[in-house]
Design a protein around this ligand. Structure first.
Ligand code: SF4
Length: 413
């Protein structure tokens, strides 16, 4: 079948249909797409020239390596989704974030498959992975060796030696020594950790250390109202630690609510998801926003958001902040110290809340079930049997913890 060139009107229609209507906000994205699909002149052989705008870069903390401000969250089966790797590189989204544990290993294996077929591209890609589940130096080394093998590479650019640090107590001398050894052997270039629980404490502690190069932390419009976290972000930035924001999307607003984030930003020419990326990156202490992107439509929409130079205004930021306050009871802020102290027999409330988020927001039920079952295996009784009333009282977001736990049990057990 003959392929038809796409014109501007059709592009806009397609963008709207795929949920990326606000890609129109970026003229350069549109130009790139249209240029790549110019109709051929009759009887003239056409050399297809595809030009893609490249996403801007920021320096990775004191390492001063330029990395794209939008990074590719590859927490899914990349073996079955090789096209996404090719597409990210077209836009300059060459920071790929994976983990030993993602998709049962198929995230790293998919990257390895790409590098086996395209070994010349290794030097162009900044690969980041994590030691999922490692408890000590030996298991961290085993994770790293397995990751290198899976990904067909002799080194990773940035290694998170702790996947999901929840307490500064995990920043031990043993970890520091391990990082130094792995760097000396040329297995990793930079070292850090990821965190989505007690982030303010973890970041504040890291800012006092000279051996943490980068941290991947939850950071979004909901969390930006947490003064302790913002102060810790500032301390890390001043210490030269690169901060990569994850979970930038937080809650998805209710489209039926005329006063929702989505309805507000669509008037401004952005989708809700684009506005959430823009607000995080407007904070220049953040090096890059790492966003899970399972399909080309989402990638294109996110690329459009970061190519577009429009800044969110003071009133946009005020709207987001007030919306965050109104809706915070639906968002777990990861301040696990608070609810853990209230229910010491079940100190994993925030993990259960995270499992619900994976299920509802990301649509990743297998991952949600895995997180839920990890929690269930660590407590002595069914998680629905504990008394969460004190946790609800202390929770700064006033989350209905008891009923959410019951819901998670029903959906994910
Ligand atoms: S449930 Fe509440 S107290 Fe517990 S981590 Fe979430 S927001 Fe914090």
């Amino acid at each position: 079948m003959e392929s038809k060139p796409i014109n501007r009107r059709e592009f806009l229609k397609t963008a709207a249909g795929t949920g990326i209507a606000s890609a129109i906000a970026s003229g350069s994205v549109l130009a790139a797409v249209i240029d790549a699909n110019k109709p051929a002149e009759p009887n003239k052989p056409v050399e297809k020239k595809e030009t893609y705008s490249q996403v801007p870069t920021r320096l990775l903390g004191r390492a001063k390596i330029p990395v794209p401000i939008l990074s590719f969250g590859a927490m899914f089966d990349i073996v079955a989704n090789q096209i996404m790797l090719h597409k990210t590189l077209q836009w300059g989204v060459n920071y790929w974030d994976t983990a030993y544990g993602y998709a049962g290993g198929n995230s790293e294996i998919g990257i390895g498959q790409f590098l086996a077929q395209n070994p010349q591209r290794r030097k162009d890609i900044f690969i980041v992975t994590k030691a999922s589940g490692a408890k000590d130096a030996a298991s961290r080394t085993a994770c790293l060796q397995a990751s290198l093998k899976r990904m067909n590479t002799s080194y990773v650019d940035l290694y998170y030696g702790v996947h999901a640090l929840s307490s500064p107590a995990g920043l031990t001398d043993e970890l520091k020594q391990w990082a130094a050894d792995a760097k000396a052997k040329g297995l990793i270039k930079y070292f850090g950790f990821s965190t989505h629980s007690n982030m303010a404490d973890c970041l504040a502690a890291a800012a006092k250390l000279d051996w943490i190069d980068a941290i991947m932390t939850s950071y979004n419009y909901q969390l930006m109202k947490d003064a302790n976290l913002v102060a810790a972000v500032d301390a890390c930035s001043k210490a030269g630690i690169a901060l990569i924001a994850m979970k930038t999307q937080a809650l998805k607003s209710d489209t039926g609510d005329s006063n929702s984030l989505g309805n507000y930003f669509i008037q401004k020419g952005f989708s809700e998801g684009q506005a959430k990326i823009k607000v995080v990156l407007q904070d220049e202490r953040i090096c890059s926003a790492c966003v899970g992107m399972k399909n080309v439509a989402t990638l294109t929409s996110n690329v459009a958001a970061v190519l577009d130079k429009t800044e969110l205004s003071r009133s946009d930021l005020d709207f987001m902040n007030s919306y965050a306050k109104q809706t915070c009871s639906g968002y777990c802020a990861g301040c696990a110290n608070i609810c853990s102290a209230a229910v010491p027999q079940m100190p994993y409330v925030n993990d259960v809340m995270r499992s619900l988020m994976y299920h509802r927001k990301y649509g990743d039920t297998p991952l949600a079930k895995q997180v839920f079952s990890d929690v269930a295996s660590r407590v002595s009784a069914p998680i629905g049997s504990f008394d969460y009333r004190l946790a609800e009282k202390l929770c700064p977001n006033r989350m209905p913890i008891g009923s959410l736990i019951k819901e998670a049990q029903k959906l994910l057990a």
